[in-house]
Design a protein around this ligand. Sequence first.
Ligand code: AMP
Length: 199
Amino acid sequence: MTDTQTTRLLIIGPPGAGKGTQAAAIAERYGVPAISTGDIFRANIKGGTELGKRVQEIIERGELVPDSLTNEIVQDRLTQPDAAPGFLLDGYPRTVDQVHALDGMLDGASLDAVVLIEADADAVVARLLKRAEIEGRADDTEEVIRHRQEVYAQQTAPLIELFSDRGILVAVDGLGSVEEVAARIAAGLEAKLAAPVER
Ligand code: AMP
């Protein structure tokens, strides 16, 4: 590894697939920050900022925050010094437009890999209802959870084929313990990053 090497990763999957937990482990392993747009929005809501006020209702309904606003936040975050060696994006991009915006931000550089955590709808709904009891997130009611699954299926699932066509997708079965899934991700990423796509 040279010191100019960067690692640019994404993690995607349906709400409740365990992305946040896995993101922290991957980010630590590769020495890059885990950047979650959902966490950024929630911190702003909690802090009562202008941004928080703009997005609160949208998030509580389980809708997506408009692309232009979300892109701006990510652009700003990626220019911070800790993202110089790379990053792991969690929950962004979520629409085809956001993918194009991210391509623009990277200015010709490519993502190295996209981890997809596969999980079926019933399993993720059950997991989110459990999280609702523990964390009390306003968007974890059953109705909103189901809506977020629909939004994922319509707006985000098409990204899977797009990243697969780019040759950077690492699909992992999300069923099992945190450690089992983490081990699958580590093996999948190691194989993908050892055999970079032709550029
Ligand atoms: P998450 O923590 O990733 O599940 O995100 C929680 C909520 O934040 C989502 O349901 C959306 O309302 C909003 N959000 C997070 N990331 C994005 C994004 N990339 N584009 C639009 N909305 C987002």
